[in-house]
Design a binder for this molecule. Structure first.
Ligand code: CA
Length: 253
């Protein structure tokens, strides 16, 4: 099979109600690495936590050779996320005002042959639109997701629940953290979405899916998703990365 290529666009927006943006992202089309992080904690600690995610992925990539195997992708994601967990905990120990800070991280690593691995902690999300159907790949580490898993709430009730953002797992809040990994094979025509809960808390899965199905270039789609989340209230910081997988050698951004 010919190697796949992809086009991506990424943006973050403060939203309409918050005075700071605690989200961060890293998007490197050349290396096929796309990461969304959503920090939390007082005294600007959320911004510190999510920026540590971006820094650690940048450093890690500079150090390591290009990843060509699923095993290598798994190893990179697990090692980097574990390193981030330790770095945030250390930062919190050094600066008591920041103790208790944490962050989500959802990281997609796409290999040239189309195989991909996602490493995930928290309630940022990865979705895949394929053949007109959109699936949520990641499962939220939240209190309300536990209620969904027990059949007590459906996805929409969970989204609208007053404690919807209460996390059960985050990076930096415990000595060690369990990291979820997801793997698959991308195909030409696939469209990935990574997003913080400032998007998915404002729009239903159906609402997000209907936007993802629009025939728009990635940068226009990213703008549109953020615009719709703000139109729906913009209650939180909004971060969006869209990746379109193709089998041509089109411009890789
Ligand atoms: Ca958030």
């Amino acid at each position: 099979m010919a190697p796949l290529s992809w086009r991506h666009a990424a943006a973050t927006d403060i939203g309409r109600l918050r005075s700071t943006n605690e989200d961060a992202f890293h998007a490197d089309g050349e290396k096929g690495l796309f990461v969304v992080a959503d920090g939390m904690g007082g005294h600007a600690a959320g911004e510190v936590a999510s920026s540590i995610v971006v820094e650690c992925f940048c450093e890690r990539q500079t150090e390591s050779h290009p990843v060509h195997s699923v095993e290598g992708a798994r190893e990179l994601l697990l090692a980097t996320l574990a390193r981030i967990n330790r770095a945030i905990a250390a930062e919190g120990a050094e600066h008591p005002a920041r103790s208790g800070m944490g962050t989500t991280a959802t990281a997609l690593l796409l290999l040239p042959d189309g195989r991909y691995v996602i490493g995930h902690v928290g309630d940022s999300r990865a979705y895949l639109l394929r053949g007109g159907e959109m699936d949520r790949i990641t499962e939220d580490h939240t209190y309300v997701q536990q209620l969904v898993n027990r059949g007590r709430l459906d996805a929409e009730q969970a989204r609208l629940h007053p404690r919807s953002s209460l996390l059960t797992r985050a990076l930096g809040t415990e000595d060690s953290v369990e990291i979820d990994l997801y793997e698959g094979e991308a195909q030409p025509g696939d469209r990935f979405l990574l997003a913080s809960d400032g998007l998915t808390g404002m729009l239903s899965d159906e609402g997000v899916a209907s936007l993802m199905k629009l025939d728009l270039e990635v940068d226009e789609l990213v703008r549109r998703l953020i615009e719709e989340a703000n139109r729906a209230g913009g209650a939180d910081n909004i971060t969006v990365i869209v990746v379109d997988v193709t089998d041509d050698d089109g411009p890789s951004q």
